[in-house]
Design a protein around this ligand. Structure first.
Ligand SMILES: NC(=O)CCC(=O)C(=O)O
Length: 264
């Protein structure tokens, strides 16, 4: 199976959801000129990561505005959308949440970021998730982690054991640690032998300069496409035959020792 992925490396205006919703719509419409099968957005593209003074006022109530926009673009263009994340308010709680829509505009799944980035105080503002994500798009087995989550290989491996073909990573990763962003994503792709669609914010948002460097990695950890630091859209192809080829040459899923903790 072969699918074309569009990585929407977006600049996000801190604390300005109105501007960001309009901008996300424009970028999705622009990406659709090349008719990809899946659109992928970055982390917290509605509010920025994240406006501490008024997050509760700015977060999307029940995710309604996010879902309405993503669902309408998905249905009108017949495209799958991995909607990055938005700050979503449910009752008194705020989640860093991803919504995924299929080509009909139906909600496939939602997923909440698991590890709060304590350096930015995220756990004090967001309620973190407790569930793995696993879903299908056009018959492709998919999963996801959000930004800081990629520093936790034990989480990604648990997801990978669900026989994942394509792993998504929406992020708001600063330029100051861009080598961590690229290296960690590449390592996760190599060790789990799946494709990774990693989409970061670009440019300055609030006080932070984001790395950009969104990338589509193949199961050898090689770049299929790799953006620079400016806002941009990249396109690349995922081919499940490549996954089978890689796993038949070095079959870590067959050779692994889940009983390792009993080895002396
Ligand atoms: N948005 C984030 O989770 C930032 C993570 C990050 O900057 C890091 O892990 O380094």
């Amino acid at each position: 199976m072969k699918l074309r992925i569009a990585l929407l490396q977006m600049h996000v205006e801190m604390g300005n959801p109105k501007v960001n919703f309009a901008h996300a719509r424009d970028m999705m419409e622009k990406a659709m000129e090349k008719k990809p099968d899946i659109l992928v957005l970055p982390e917290t593209w509605n509010t920025g990561f994240f406006p501490k003074e008024n997050l509760s006022l700015l977060a999307d109530e029940e995710g309604k505005e996010t879902c309405s926009l993503l669902s309408s673009i998905a249905a009108s263009h017949g495209v799958n959308i991995v909607g990055g994340t938005t700050a979503v308010k449910v009752g008194q709680d705020i989640y860093n949440r991803s919504y995924v829509f299929d080509r009909k505009g139906d909600l496939v799944t939602s997923f909440d970021k698991i590890h709060g980035f304590s350096l930015s105080g995220e756990p004090g503002y967001f309620r973190m998730g407790n569930h793995l994500s696993h879903f299908e798009l056009d018959g492709l087995s998919c999963s996801m982690a959000i930004c800081y989550d990629i520093r936790f290989p034990e989480l990604i491996r648990r997801e990978a054991l669900l026989d994942v073909d394509l792993f998504f990573v929406p992020a708001a990763w600063p330029k100051i640690r861009n080598h961590h962003w690229v290296t960690l994503n590449r390592a996760r792709a190599i060790e789990n032998q799946f494709y990774m669609a990693c989409v970061n914010q670009a440019g300055k948002s609030g006080d932070t300069e984001y790395a950009g460097e969104s990338l589509l990695l193949d199961p050898w950890g090689e770049d299929i496409c790799h953006l620079e630091d400016d806002e941009d859209i990249a396109f690349g192809r995922v081919d499940t035959d490549v996954i089978h080829e890689v796993r038949s040459r070095i079959n870590v899923f067959r050779d692994r020792r889940p009983d390792w903790d009993k080895v002396e």
